[in-house]
Write a protein that binds this ligand. Structure first.
Ligand SMILES: [Fe+2]
Length: 209
């Protein structure tokens, strides 16, 4: 089929104690796998769309046939968002960014802590299920936003986010409920310990080139 569940580059337990192995196993092996399966099912009668990248599908949601638009929005969004999330995390993560990304964050938010506060607020105040994002705007500046459900910043015109996604945080309950139950703030605090800033910086540089 067109899309496949990507392998994790680290063991399920790698992000302990911040994100537990049981959550990782269900999140990747069940939730993400279901998005991939349902995305492929939606595209099964549309072979011309099966060679598009997941970013292209997300960017062109509004132009997709109406019969599959909702399914691709939810499941294609889910596939991109989770693939992106896994590659934003590392057992060696945490700390803060450096280089051009750090400069862009300082320019927008005053300092790294100001960015963390804005991003945390976006994550905490997203009602129900969704994502918090750090994005790079076309002018090279960075911004923080959040999206509902499995929407993402590629879905221009559909979501309220601007630019290329650099970092995303899944705030669906399935991302934290087993370990943190209803305590989303604790999960968001723990997330900072596993952010792979090298990966985020590389995305910023790629978007800038
Ligand atoms: Fe998720």
């Amino acid at each position: 089929m067109a899309f496949q569940l990507p392998e994790l580059s680290y063991p399920l337990s790698a992000l302990e104690p911040h994100i537990d192995a049981q959550t990782m196993g269900i999140h990747h092996g069940k939730h993400h796998a279901a998005y991939v399966s349902k995305l492929n099912a939606a595209l099964s009668d549309h072979p011309q769309l099966q060679n598009a990248s997941i970013e292209e599908l997300c960017s062109n949601i509004a132009e997709l046939p109406e019969s599959i638009r909702g399914a691709v929005r939810n499941n294609g969004g889910g596939h991109f968002n989770h693939s992106f999330f896994w590659t934003s995390l590392s057992a060696d993560g945490g700390g803060s960014p450096s280089g051009n990304l750090a400069a862009a964050i300082d320019s927008k938010f005053g300092h790294f802590e100001g960015f963390c506060e804005a991003f945390t607020t976006a994550a905490q105040t997203r009602f129900g299920s969704g994502w918090a994002w750090l994005c790079r705007s076309a002018d090279g500046s960075v911004n923080v936003c959040s999206s509902a459900n499995q929407d993402n910043p590629w879905m221009a015109g559909v979501v309220d986010c601007v630019g290329t996604p650099l970092l995303g945080l899944d705030v669906w309950e399935h991302a934290y409920y087993l370990k943190y139950q209803n305590r989303r703030p604790e999960y968001v605090d723990a997330f900072w310990n596993v952010v792979d800033w090298a990966a985020v910086e590389a995305r910023f540089e790629e978007a800038s080139s």
